[in-house]
Design a protein around this ligand. Structure first.
Ligand code: TRP
Length: 369
């Protein structure tokens, strides 16, 4: 298994990640505590799609004292938005709604230019396209601020150099596996991603707690940066870690760049979704109908079931019934896939409409000093 911000491969062992990264598990007690504030628990919490954290109890201590936090997450704009992105962002949207808090959202066009074999112009196009998808998810424009690294450089850079001065090359080498062949922009980049977690504090002139929802592959940036925040007089941000939505073929993580067939993107047509699911979604069912009726399917390894569990079937009762019927052989793989295709297409048809409207709304989201 390999998990870095730029590469996720192999079979992901989340228990091992918790140990290796030094994370805390989300346990029932913590869920109860969250529920005491939110009334309902998001299904991604109940089902441990978000499975680990750093300092979440501290964040809630502060919240209970009346010290509100803000949210911070981001997007590396290197390609079209896929379902894996939506997982973190839909959860973030829920957090914004239930806690009624600000969200700072970073678009790291610098990062993607430095790490991908793509031109600056292409990355700018993806930045615009990706902003539309984020807006379409329904974030509150009054409480959401977009930062684009190269456009907001006048605000971000003066803070980034303060982080950069306290992070050595040997630290980033160890955290990310960099070598002497990495370009010098890549070596600097973590300091840009560190900044939004303190920017509101910097602007308001007082320390405000921060919660970062992210896919666990992004944790190494903050593992490095968290040592630096106190040295600069800031609070360490709390983090909540999501697991990876598997690509349709089953292993690793969905990604914008590899495997066009194996991922579903927000602009896919209903027909494309149908074809991809039918052709590529790894099945935990048996080879023949007779065998499936006899032995049943395995939802744990079935990608269609995992998509319902992690993203598209919030209703626990419906999900349980599907799981039971699939396991017993009463439900066939073709029926499971049909159910998922309907869910995804219903979501995407709404999303695509909202994404069109978002074209007029970008300006409302861009941070202005
Ligand atoms: N580096 C992230 C990516 O490639 C984007 C990002 C920037 C981010 N800041 C973040 C993700 C904070 C999570 C939290 O997608």
């Amino acid at each position: 298994m390999k998990v870095t911000p730029w590469q996720v491969s192999g079979k992901i062992d989340y228990e091992k990640l918790i140990k290796d990264f030094g994370l805390s598990k989300i346990d029932d007690k913590l869920l109860e505590r969250i529920k005491s504030h939110t009334k309902e628990l998001h299904f991604m919490l109940k089902r441990r799609v978000f499975f680990a954290h750093r300092d979440l109890n501290w964040l809630l201590d502060e919240y209970e004292k009346g010290n509100k936090f803000f949210l911070y997450t981001g997007c590396g704009p290197s390609g079209p938005i896929h379902l894996g992105h939506l997982q973190t962002w839909l959860f973030t949207k829920w957090l914004q709604d239930v806690f009624d808090v600000e969200l700072w959202f970073q678009f790291t066009d610098d990062e993607k230019f430095l790490f991908k074999d793509k031109s600056y112009e292409e990355i700018q196009r993806w930045t615009y396209e990706n902003m539309l998808d984020v807006i379409a998810l329904g974030f509150d424009p009054k409480k959401t601020k977009f930062l684009i690294d190269t456009k907001h450089a006048n605000i971000l850079y003066p803070e980034a150099i303060k982080f950069a001065k306290k992070i050595t090359f040997s630290t980033v080498k160890a955290a990310f596996g960099f070598t002497n062949e990495n370009n010098i922009g890549q070596i600097f980049y973590t300091s840009m991603q560190a900044v939004p977690a303190i920017l509101p504090s910097k602007i308001k002139g007082k320390n405000i707690p921060c919660l970062i929802p992210l896919g666990v592959d992004q944790d190494p940036h903050f593992r490095v940066a968290r040592d630096v925040y106190p040295k600069l007089g800031y609070l360490k941000p709390a983090i909540i870690h999501g697991s990876f939505l598997p690509p349709l073929t089953g292993k690793g993580k969905t990604s914008s760049s590899d495997n066009k067939e194996a991922n579903i993107f927000t602009l896919d047509s209903p027909k494309e979704v149908e074809i991809k699911i039918k052709k590529y979604a790894f099945s935990g069912g048996q080879d023949t109908i007779e065998e499936h009726r006899k032995k049943g399917g395995n939802p744990e390894i079935d990608v269609s079931f995992q998509y319902l569990k992690m993203l598209f079937e919030p209703d626990d009762i419906k999900l349980e019934k599907i799981e039971k019927d699939y396991r017993s052989g009463k439900m066939l793989t073709s029926e499971l896939k049909e159910y998922l295709i309907k869910k995804i297409n219903a979501f995407l048809s709404e999303h695509q409409k909202k994404r069109e409207k978002a074209k007029k709304e970008i300006d409302k989201f861009l941070f202005k000093k």
